[in-house]
Write a protein that binds this ligand. Sequence first.
Ligand SMILES: NC(=O)c1ccc[n+]([C@@H]2O[C@H](COP(=O)([O-])OP(=O)(O)OC[C@H]3O[C@@H](n4cnc5c(N)ncnc54)[C@H](OP(=O)(O)O)[C@@H]3O)[C@@H](O)[C@H]2O)c1
Length: 244
Amino acid sequence: MKVALVTGASSGIGAAIAIAFAEAGWSVMAAGRNEGRLEEVADVSDSISTWAGDLEASDDCDELIADTVDEFGGLDCLVNAAGVLIRGIAEETSDDDWGETIGINLDVPFYLSRAAIPHLIKSEGSIVNIASNWGLKAGERAVAYCASKGGLIMMTRAMAVDHAAEGVRINAICPGGVDTPMLVAETEEKGEDVDEFLDDVASNSPNRRIAAPEDIAGLALFLASDAASHMTGTAIPIDGGLMA
Ligand SMILES: NC(=O)c1ccc[n+]([C@@H]2O[C@H](COP(=O)([O-])OP(=O)(O)OC[C@H]3O[C@@H](n4cnc5c(N)ncnc54)[C@H](OP(=O)(O)O)[C@@H]3O)[C@@H](O)[C@H]2O)c1
């Protein structure tokens, strides 16, 4: 059985990816902070194990990779889906906001990838980074987030070039709006109408809809599969035509 480690697996896109991989016959380590929601994800399939903890320092990331390899005997795919979105223009973005955003969205994928690479060389495996279309094209009031996702896309390309000859493939997915807690958090905080907000997001998309987390999971599974064996260093928009 192939083995995937999925971060951000307690919610939204990461949860859908963990479930999609398990349903496709993979063993999955589902990592996140919220133990209750991780257990709900693990209840879907016997192939899902959970790892609960805050990912911040490189030690946490080394431990997560080591625990995954200890439990399953190897690693075939790392999916970096954990992320945060703290809205704001530069003057509204504190040092802590900047640090947290770059930390979870860019530092953690780097630390995990660095620790995973030796195992992925053995398995000729892959990494799938969940970036954003805001890593390709700036969105308003999200300077730290856009910088972190732009960095994640270039990290994907640089690591892909370094490890292609060793058989390790590294790709990024760049979603537009996806119906998850992250997308609606600010609207909920302001007490505004969430359905109206979601309608607005959909109407801005050429195909007039918002992605479901399962749409992103399907692409992640494809990128991890042998069908994508010649794909590395890509940053693929999945956004209903928005980037077009
Ligand atoms: N939703 C969108 O419209 C959209 C669009 C483009 C890209 N993305 C990207 O897709 C990825 C998944 O986002 P989502 O929409 O599914 O968001 P979400 O539902 O808010 O999920 C975020 C996940 O990240 C985890 N996480 C956050 N900080 C963490 C930390 N310090 N340590 C460990 N885990 C942490 C959360 O864990 P807990 O919940 O357990 O705390 C949660 O599982 C993110 O990288 C996001 O930037 C989302």
